[in-house]
Design a protein around this ligand. Structure first.
Ligand code: FCB
Length: 453
């Protein structure tokens, strides 16, 4: 039996573009994801978030669903261009009304709101002014945060300024796989820095403005393992750790970029975009760290250029539909590592989950046994990290619903609740019934699987 502190919170997450739909209703402006998803060849089957889960029109139904599940915390995101259609300037009152309904609806059901301010959907108008390549975007982000705070900040329990800034920078600006679909590695480092500045300015303005919510951000942290104990492989794994984890953790908690990032970034990156005072602003304390966990990487030095290049594999015999191995020990590693290298801090698991291709059985239900196993093992890993003194205060499953899953559209699903694409009907999968019992027992029904030493 696993045990969790009395005030540990159980939650489920979504994000605006993945669930809301209603992309051109009530004054919402387009974001880079609208444009990207509508560009031929960018998403599987040309899927878009135009309708997504239609949550904009079904909010009360989804709030009731959350209440029935028994979650105590809901992580959702605010669409910047629903609130500020051009990213700055004219305010869309109906956009703010929508998020106020969300927050009040959650509170009325005893669920704490955790709002993410940026879950990848930059207003297209700001992208056309330079987007994350421009330093001004960080300022506009802080103004947007203040605007939202003035309307609902008295009722927000937790803020995530950013979600997974690594994906924005590297999948969006280096690999071109995510919006805005740019392939320019040097620019990706600039985007890292401008997002961190955006976080810093928004956090400072929220504090100055007197918010009630705790302020943090959600990073996707990877468990990094060298393929062998050889010096070259260990150095290769250390470089991957710098490029995937420390690139955010070090500036936030130590006020510096890792030396490996400066040394191994694409040679034309000159880092002159890091100005005096920036790193002091970025390292100002936050109230909690959000950890999104999905993968472990095993790294070896590439024999072709062992000092610089790496080969990475994702271990795990059991694979998700995204071909990621199931490695709950990786979550234990990531959590104990944050404590060891960055000290004690409140941590929330802000995302963790498994992709599957839904198989609806003749009884109309998705019997998602692998998802139950996945969550059970990862929740157990959290419990073991807590036993080791890591201050984890909540677990937020990804995801509440079957959502628009970015570049793979609706082909892979992470939800505990199935959403029929034709009718939008919500049907609990086995995992939703299971999670309801987990919450009800406050995690006591989770059986320890194995020790993650
Ligand atoms: C994370 C994203 C989230 C979802 C999950 C599966 O990278 O933050 O929106 O797509 O992966």
């Amino acid at each position: 039996m696993s045990s969790f502190p009395n005030d540990f919170l159980w939650g489920a997450a979504t994000a605006a573009y993945q669930v809301e739909g209603a992309v051109s209703e009530d004054g919402r402006g387009p974001s880079i994801w609208d444009v990207f998803a509508h560009t031929p060849g960018k998403t599987l089957n040309g899927d878009t978030g135009d309708i997504a889960c239609d949550q904009y029109h079904r909010l009360d139904q989804d709030l009731d669903l959350m209440a029935e599940l028994g979650i105590r915390l809901h992580r959702f995101s605010i669409s910047w261009s629903r609130v500020l259609p051009y990213g700055k300037g004219a305010v869309n009152a109906k956009g703010l009304d929508y998020y106020e309904r969300m927050v009040d609806g959650l509170l009325a059901r005893g669920i704490r709101p955790m709002a993410t301010l940026y879950h990848w959907d930059l207003p297209q108008a700001l992208h056309e002014k330079g987007g994350w390549a421009s330093r001004d975007t960080a300022m506009y982000f802080a103004d947007y945060a203040t605007l939202v705070n003035r309307r609902i900040g008295d009722r927000i329990a937790f803020w995530n300024t950013l979600n997974e800034p690594w994906c924005v920078a590297f999948l969006g600006y280096r690999d071109g796989l995510f919006a805005p679909g740019i392939r320019d590695e040097a620019l990706a480092y600039q985007v890292v820095h401008h997002q961190l500045l955006a976080h810093a300015h928004a956090a400072a303005q929220l504090r100055d403005d007197g918010t009630n919510g705790k302020i943090g951000l959600a990073l996707n942290l990877v468990s990094e393992v060298p393929a062998t104990e050889s010096d070259l492989d260990r150095a290769a794994a250390t470089r991957m750790d710098a490029l995937e984890n420390r690139i955010f953790l070090d500036p936030l908690f130590k006020g510096q970029y890792p030396e490996e990032v400066l040394r191994f970034a694409e040679p034309s990156t000159d880092f002159s975009f890091v100005r005096e005072g920036d790193l002091d602003a970025i390292r100002r304390p936050i109230d909690f760290l959000g950890v999104n966990f999905y993968e472990q990487h095993i790294t070896s030095a590439d024999p072709a250029d062992p000092e610089r290049k790496v080969r990475v594999t994702v271990p795990g015999k059991r694979r998700t539909a995204m071909n990621i191995g199931v490695t709950p020990g990786g979550l234990f590693d990531v959590l104990t590592r944050v404590k060891r290298d960055y000290g004690d801090m409140p941590i929330y698991i802000t995302e963790n989950g498994i992709a599957q291709e839904n198989v609806v059985s003749p009884d109309g239900i998705v019997h998602d046994t692998a998802r139950i196993e996945y969550w059970a093992e990862h929740i157990d890993a959290v419990s073991q990290a807590i036993d080791r003194g890591v201050d984890v205060r909540g677990y937020i499953a990804w995801s509440l619903l079957d959502v628009f899953e970015w570049q793979v559209g609706y082909s892979r699903q992470y939800g505990m609740v199935h959403v029929d694409r034709a009718t939008m009907k919500r049907t609990w999968k086995d995992s939703a019934h299971w999670y309801q019992r987990v919450i009800d027992s406050h995690g006591a029904m989770i059986e320890p699987v194995h020790a993650h030493e």
